[in-house]
Design a protein. Structure first.
Length: 233
């Protein structure tokens, strides 16, 4: 049973009607913790949404998939509901690349293949088996998410993976096959900022672990763990 279905949207007018029909609670991200100023990206919206969610298990899904189905939610929640030692779940899928009328199987996910996976293979080889480290489809236990910082921008997905691994260990992480995910693709020249955000998120963790020498790097903007905010209140 799903305790709560919520959608965080930058414009509630764009929320798909099918989601509204499911009885989803719609939150305008601009109204979440407005005292912090404008929302600074995807990760910031996720972090601000967390206090509004009620369940002990939380599932995040990207909204731009054209092959979305209920199996996304069932698949991600399954390991958490069936295996008490699992605390963090990532989805993986085949990503076709579609250009006009032409579709190339498994040619999507360029930032994943050219940036994220090489970084993991070099700095976190134990996580090299994670097939979609940048997947926005993830689920986790609330008590874990509240102990993790959230990178405010595009690097949030790989940062949460690395921080969950550091906090709970590899045995507490699962991944599930969600079949196919088809989404609109960015132009090549627009992928540079995404790749840079992933690079910053990974290297900031490597540097915190004392494995990267030299001058401190420019770290991505992060929101602190929610448990730290409560402790300071």
């Amino acid at each position: 049973m799903i305790d709560q279905l919520a959608v965080v949207d930058h414009s509630t007018d764009s929320t798909p009607q099918i989601v509204r029909a499911l009885g989803a609670e719609i939150y305008d991200q601009r109204e979440l913790m407005p005292e912090l100023g404008p929302v600074r990206g995807k990760g910031d919206a996720m972090w601000r949404a967390l206090p509004s969610l009620r369940g002990d298990v939380v599932c995040f899904l990207d909204a731009d998939s054209q092959e979305f189905g209920s199996h996304f939610v069932r698949g991600l929640l399954g390991p958490l509901l069936c295996e008490p030692d699992i605390t963090f779940v990532k989805g993986f899928y085949r990503r076709p690349f579609r250009l006009g009328e032409v579709t190339l199987p498994d040619e999507g996910g360029r930032v994943t293949e050219l940036t994220a996976k090489p970084l993991l293979a070099h700095f976190y080889p134990e996580l090299a088996g994670i097939r979609q480290p940048l997947a926005g489809e993830l689920a986790a236990r609330r008590h874990l998410l509240e102990r993790l910082p959230f990178v405010t921008g595009y690097g949030v997905d790989i940062a949460l993976l690395l921080d969950a691994y550091r906090t709970t260990g590899l045995a507490a992480i699962a991944q599930v096959d969600l079949d196919v995910r088809q989404n609109d693709h960015q132009r090549l020249r627009d992928l540079g900022p995404m790749a840079s955000a992933v690079l910053e998120a990974v290297l900031s963790r490597v540097q915190r672990e004392g494995r990267l020498l030299g001058e401190p790097l420019a770290a991505p903007v992060e929101r602190p763990p929610l448990v730290d905010l409560r402790a300071a209140a």
